[in-house]
Write a protein that binds this ligand. Structure first.
Ligand code: PAF
Length: 280
C-alpha cells in the first residue's frame, strides 16, 4: 500500500500496474470506519487494483464551521487500511485538487433540488466537482459509494451519465452500529449523551417500516417526526418519503415500487443523515 499526494505520482503508479487491469476506486473524506472498510473490501475483491482517496473537500461544505470541525485522521486511516489489500491511498492537499477555483456549475435537476440539495445549497455541486476531478485522476472502472448518502449516489450516477464516464457505480448498503445507528465519520463528534440519543434516529426509521404497512405516507412521516421529537437533543431538519429513482416526494405508496424514507437530524450541533427502504 503506497500513499501518494500528487496526481502525477498517482498516475505514474497506476501506469506501473500495466494495462488490462480493472481499477476499483473508493472516494472518501477520511475518518474511516467500518462502513468505509466494507466498501473498500468489496472494491479489493472485485478489482485487480484498488485506490482509496482521502480528501476533505472544501467545496462541498456550505458551512465553514462544519468544514473546520470535520475529523481529519490520515495516520489512523492509513493504519486501518494496512493489510486490507488496498494498492494506493491518494491523499492530496487542497492546492493539488484546486490549483485554481473550480467554476463549473452542474445541473442535476430535479435530483439536486430536494433534501440535502435544498438544505445544503452548493453541496452537490462541490461533490460533483471533486468526484469528477478524482475520476479524471484515477480513471477507475468501478467506483463504490455508500447508500447512507442515498441522494449522493443518485447524483453521482447522473453525473456519470452527463459527463459520459465509462465507470460502473456500485451502491453499497448502509453499515450500522450494533444498536442500529448508521455509521458516519460524524459519529465520532457526538458527546456520550448525544450518542445515546442519536440511536433514536434509526429506531424511529425501523419502527416506521412496520407502521407503514397499515398507514398512509403522510401518517408515516408524522409518526417518524413524533418519535424523533421525543429525544430532546434531536431536531429533525427533514424527513421525507421519496421515489428512490427520481428522489421526488410520493403522496401514496402506490405512486412507486421503490419508496425510500430519507432523514436529516441535528443531534446537538452534529448533523446526521439516514434512510430506510419501504418498498424496493
Ligand atoms: O461521501 C463522501 O465522503 C464525499 O461526499 C465524497 C464522495 C468522498 C466526495 O468528497
Amino acid at each position: 500500500m503506497v500513499v501518494v499526494k500528487t496526481i502525477k505520482e498517482l498516475k505514474d503508479l497506476l501506469n506501473s500496474f500495466g494495462e488490462n487491469r480493472k481499477v476499483g476506486f473508493v472516494p472518501t473524506m477520511g475518518a474511516l470506519h467500518a462502513g468505509h472498510v466494507s466498501l473498500i473490501e468489496r472494491c479489493v475483491n472485485e478489482n485487480e487494483v484498488s485506490v482509496v482517496s482521502i480528501f476533505v473537500n472544501p467545496t462541498q461544505f456550505n458551512d465553514k464551521k462544519d468544514l473546520e470541525k470535520y475529523p481529519r485522521t490520515l495516520d489512523a486511516d492509513c493504519k486501518l487500511l494496512e493489510g486490507k489489500g488496498v494498492d494506493i491511498i491518494f491523499a492530496p492537499a487542497v492546492e493539488e485538487m484546486y490549483p485554481e477555483e473550480d467554476k463549473r456549475v452542474f445541473d442535476f435537476s430535479p435530483l439536486d433540488k430536494v433534501m440535502e440539495g435544498k438544505c445544503r445549497p452548493g453541496h452537490f455541486n462541490g461533490v460533483a466537482q471533486i468526484v469528477s476531478k478524482l475520476f479524471d485522476a484515477v480513471n477507475p472502472d468501478r467506483a463504490y459509494f455508500g447508500e447512507k448518502d442515498f441522494q449522493q449516489v443518485a447524483i453521482i450516477k447522473e453525473m456519470v451519465h452527463q459527463l459520459r464516464y465509462d465507470i460502473e457505480i456500485k451502491a453499497c448498503p448502509i453499515k450500522r452500529e450494533d444498536d442500529g445507528l448508521a455509521l458516519s465519520s460524524r459519529n465520532s463528534l457526538l458527546s456520550p449523551e448525544e450518542r445515546s440519543q442519536a440511536v433514536n434516529i434509526s429506531k424511529a426509521l425501523f419502527a416506521s417500516k412496520k407502521y407503514a404497512d397499515t398507514h398512509t405516507v403522510d401518517e408515516t412521516k408524522s409518526y417518524v417526526e413524533s418519535l424523533i421529537a421525543e429525544s430532546p437533543l434531536l431536531k429533525t431538519e427533514y424527513f421525507t418519503i421519496v421515489d428512490g429513482d427520481t428522489l421526488q416526494d410520493i403522496k401514496n405508496w402506490e405512486d412507486t415500487d421503490f419508496a425510500v424514507g430519507c432523514i436529516a437530524v441535528f443531534c446537538g450541533n452534529i448533523r446526521l443523515i439516514d434512510n430506510i427502504k419501504y418498498k424496493e
